[in-house]
Write a protein that binds this ligand. Structure first.
Ligand code: HEM
Length: 522
């Protein structure tokens, strides 16, 4: 009281001071009012969650930057229950019913500006199909994209050839020492080169040849760095500001590495699509006689240049990174659980007399391999955090909770995949659970690494081909016995499980390792 009366006394004497005082106090007053509103009067005020996240969106941005948002969502669910408030205007659920309500065709939601507003074409703008807000426009683009995917037999042949090169590159990286052991090899970068080569082939008609040549090996690292910015930037309230900054020299003057890389990556994606377009126009390249995604998109004439640029950026990232992560993570889980590796190896080596005989039907018969991949994607889904959907006019009811227009809702894939009621011992790597006759029916319904509904991944079939073939050739050629995996645990309190593959979620999952060593088979 004393301080207030002194301040008023001073203010009374000089009008200028009144102005200064008002300038200082009014933002404080406004922030206090906003805090009171968000805590007590906001339509979502009754939903439980950490105080900091009820008050502000910045904790979520912080966790996006740190790469541990999915772990934070899981922790918050464990503490507060099946629906949590993860930002003043955003809810996260961890139930099957919420998954079935939010991501279905007729759900009263769309992809709003939260996260999906940061245009993936860089400073020049342009929305990719994944960022397309309008559901009808999205459906039209999706029809074109689905038709543009290469035919199965062509995709199988291409991916089979690339997978052989992948296995060869892994073995090449390590050379045996005098006891017959290879040097430790980090599988993550080699998987990245493989996955970029495969998306080059599927989407643009020719690989970038990263498995053999070093020229473009900077791209995966550049994309990883760009993704960090695009993830936290997408949740920041100043989207147009960041968009503008990307087009200026500010990132290079201030050495903002992730922003510089966001633009560098967008320019690279632009170059990829223009290179493809040029070859198609001249019609004299071999690739134009084969199907690839951009050939289909370019021929459809549905897109403008900016959308093409954005789709190119999306496809390179979406088509490569999740595959890279899943291959590396499966190897990690195999090495941490040697009996599962032995079983997979036995199945693979017993399936055909020579790896050259692998075919689509042989792959389909490798049930244990498929179960291993699914168990990896359950434990370490490449998109583990909740994917936000903005509620439209009229609101939506999720798990009995009315959510009004303008709020966002989502389901934590990581939390759903670790529900102990559906997946007993949820942190153990147990491929057998996918093979049991008496399987809980909810398992297939909750398992959603590719998401569900009209916005789910169109590359699922191709992704399974690529992951199965890469692991098939690796295991077929892998010398038995001498393999190790590093634990990659850290002191982070949410990352303490020895047997869990540790990765960061920056739109997609990024990790180092595992490191493996090979020894010649007896
Ligand atoms: C293990 C591999 C993969 C996983 C786990 C995966 C996962 C996903 C997920 C969860 C989404 C939904 C994203 C969202 O709504 O925000 C998505 C979308 C998408 N994915 Fe994949 N993906 C994989 C491989 C691929 C491949 C190989 C391609 C390219 C052929 C691809 C192309 C796309 C595209 C274009 C979209 C946007 C679809 C749309 O909005 O209609 N993905 N993916």
């Amino acid at each position: 009281m004393e301080v207030a009366s002194t301040l008023l006394e001073v203010a009374r004497k000089t009008p200028l001071s009144i102005f200064a005082l008002g300038t200082i106090l009014s933002p404080v007053f406004l922030i206090a009012c906003l805090a009171v509103y968000r805590l007590f009067f906001h339509p979502l005020s009754k939903i439980p969650g950490p105080l900091s996240q009820k008050l502000s969106g910045f904790p979520r941005i912080w966790h996006c930057r740190q790469g541990d948002r999915f772990l934070r969502e899981m922790e918050t669910h464990d503490r507060y229950g099946s629906v949590i408030r993860i930002a003043p205007n955003a809810l996260c659920f961890n139930t099957l019913s919420a998954l079935q309500t939010i991501y279905t065709k007729d759900s009263n939601v769309f992809k709003g500006d939260e996260f999906y507003g940061l245009l993936d074409g860089g400073a020049e703008g342009g929305r990719s199909i994944m960022m397309e807000a309008d559901n009808t426009a999205h459906a039209a683009r999706r029809r074109v994209l689905d038709k543009a995917l290469p035919p199965r037999d062509q995709a199988f042949r291409d991916l089979n050839a690339l997978s052989k090169s992948f296995a060869y590159a892994v073995f090449q990286e390590g050379s045996a020492d005098d006891k017959g052991w290879s040097k430790p090899i980090d599988v993550a970068p080699v998987s990245a080169w493989f996955s970029f080569d495969l998306i080059g082939t599927i989407a643009f008609g020719s690989p970038l040849d990263m498995l053999h040549e070093k020229e473009y090996r900077w791209v995966p690292k550049c994309l990883q760095s760009a993704s960090i910015f695009l993830f936290w930037g997408g949740y920041s309230p100043f989207l147009s500001f960041w968009q503008w900054v990307l087009g200026t020299r500010i990132p290079s003057i201030l050495r903002l590495q992730t922003l510089q890389n966001a633009q560098r990556y967008a320019d690279f994606a632009d170059w990829m699509f223009h290179r493809r377009a040029e070859k198609l126009n001249t019609g004299d390249d071999l690739e134009s006689k084969r199907a690839d995604i951009f050939q289909g998109l370019l021929r459809s004439k549905l897109y403008n240049d900016l959308e093409m640029r954005a789709d190119s950026s999306l496809l390179i990232a979406a088509g490569s990174d999740a595959i890279r992560l899943t291959i590396a993570a499966t190897i990690f889980y195999w090495l941490k659980n040697p009996d599962t590796f032995e079983k997979a190896a036995e199945e693979i080596r017993g399936s055909v007399a020579s790896p050259d005989e692998v075919s689509e039907s042989v792959l389909a018969s490798l049930k244990y391999l498929r179960a291993c991949i699914d168990e990896t994607m359950r434990l370490s889904p490449a998109k583990p955090s909740s994917l936000p959907r903005e509620v439209m006019e009229g609101g939506i009811v999720v798990d009995g909770i009315y959510v009004p227009k303008g709020a966002t809702v989502g389901v934590s894939v990581y939390a759903l995949h670790h529900d102990p009621d559906i997946y007993p011992e949820p942190y153990s790597y147990d491929p057998e659970r996918w093979l049991k006759q008496s399987q809980d029916r909810r398992m297939q319904a909750t398992f959603c690494p590719f998401l569900k509904g009209p916005r789910a991944c169109p590359g699922k079939t191709m992704a399974y081909f690529a992951m199965q073939l890469a692991l098939f050739h690796l295991v077929y050629g892998a010398p038995q016995g001498g393999v190790t995996a590093d634990g990659r645990t850290s002191r982070h309190r949410l990352r303490h499980r020895e047997g869990e593959y540790q990765f960061n979620d920056w739109i997609l999952g990024y990790a180092d390792g595992p490191e493996v060593q090979f020894k010649a088979r007896e």
